[in-house]
Design a protein around this ligand. Structure first.
Ligand code: DX5
Ligand code: ZN
Length: 216
């Protein structure tokens, strides 16, 4: 699956860019919320996401790069989001937060920064519908993919399979046509792609290529 990250869209033409994704083979819209505290940047918040939700004809995957994300579970649910992704590093009570996200009717996602050991989610895999590995340090689009993520993806796949869990693996940051196939082979289920999609000459074709529908 592929989830284009709207962070790399043209915010002056957000509706146009989101309609392109509606027409594409993409699976979800990935929405990056930043608070200037958990990450060194600020993106957009609920008023903008409400406008996005009206245009989106595909499920919303909301990635909260904020402190205390548990405060916003009902607001994310009210957007109609399919997925709420919170950072492990922002949640001392991760087990409870993942349960609350599910109770609100959404898929529960936990995200790990590149420096965070996989073992920190080993005991919540039964509560996590998705584990998302950051393949860049969060805060900005258009950064270079951190190669070690491939090995982390393989090890996470093994950990999930060993427990017989059905957790999906999502990868976020620096994904493009050159690393997508290897990431799927390593065990990834969902690839987020911002710059690779929105800065492409032909974004619709690029989505197909990253999704593996066409050879690059
Ligand atoms: C980074 C965000 C990513 C970002 C990905 O902080 O979480 O979702 O938009 O953008 P690219 O694909 O350009 O690295
Ligand atoms: Zn993201």
């Amino acid at each position: 699956m592929i989830a284009p990250s709207v962070l790399s869209a043209d915010f002056g033409h957000l509706e146009r860019d989101m309609e392109m994704v509606n027409r594409s083979s993409a699976d979800w819209f990935h929405l990056d919320v930043m608070d200037g505290v958990f990450v060194p940047n600020i993106s957009f918040g609920f008023p903008v996401m409400q406008a996005m939700a009206r245009v989106a004809q595909k499920p919303l995957d909301v990635h909260l790069m904020i402190v205390q994300p548990e405060k916003f579970i009902s607001q994310v649910r009210d957007l109609g989001a399919r997925v709420m992704n919170v950072h492990q590093e922002a949640c001392p009570h991760l087990h409870r937060v993942l349960q609350q996200i599910r109770q609100a009717g959404m898929l529960s996602g936990v995200t790990l920064n590149p420096a965070t050991p996989l073992q920190t989610v080993e005991d919540v895999l039964q509560e996590a519908d998705i584990v998302m590995l950051m393949s860049v340090n969060p805060g900005f689009g258009g950064q270079t993919f951190i190669e070690r993520t491939l090995d982390r993806t393989r090890r996470l796949r093994e950990m999930i399979d060993r427990q017989g869990a059905s957790t999906l693996i999502e990868i976020d940051g620096g994904v493009n046509r050159h690393n997508a196939a290897t990431l799927y082979q390593a065990g990834a289920d969902i690839l987020v792609a911002g710059n690779a999609v929105f800065k492409a000459d032909d974004p619709l074709a690029e989505i197909d290529i990253i999704k593996g529908l066409h050879p690059a």
